[in-house]
Design a protein. Structure first.
Length: 118
């Protein structure tokens, strides 16, 4: 069964993909393939966040859990009204900090479970 650390690692993977392939890309607004990839990765990020336990969420209030899940909902259901400037801003401004926060939490969970950090 997948636990919190697995979900955090999924979220970290999505952050890495967004940073590597989309961050700083001025063509986000013009390239439908990059848009689709970015939106999908954010949706996966939000879905994983929605499945992290309340205990971990409450223990780490610095992470914008609700906003991450909310953005997933907007992308999944408001697909005709997505502002790519906002998506780009989230990727450039929020995802790197989120990645750092998630890394700390995942490493902490690995230590408490006796696993080696990923």
């Amino acid at each position: 069964m997948r636990g919190d650390r697995d979900r955090l690692l999924d979220m970290l993977e999505m952050c890495d993909l967004l940073i590597e392939h989309v961050s700083g890309q001025s063509k986000l607004a013009d390239d439908p393939v990059i848009q689709a990839a970015a939106e999908r990765w954010i949706e996966v990020l939000g879905e994983a966040a929605s499945r992290v336990s309340e205990e971990v969420k409450q223990g780490n209030p610095e992470v914008a859990w609700r906003e991450i899940v909310g953005l997933r909902v907007i992308l999944a259901h408001g697909y005709l009204n997505i502002d790519q400037d906002i998506v780009g801003s989230v990727i450039d401004q929020d995802v790197p900090e989120l990645r750092d926060q998630l890394r700390v939490i995942a490493d902490s969970l690995a230590s408490s479970e006796g696993d080696s950090p990923a």
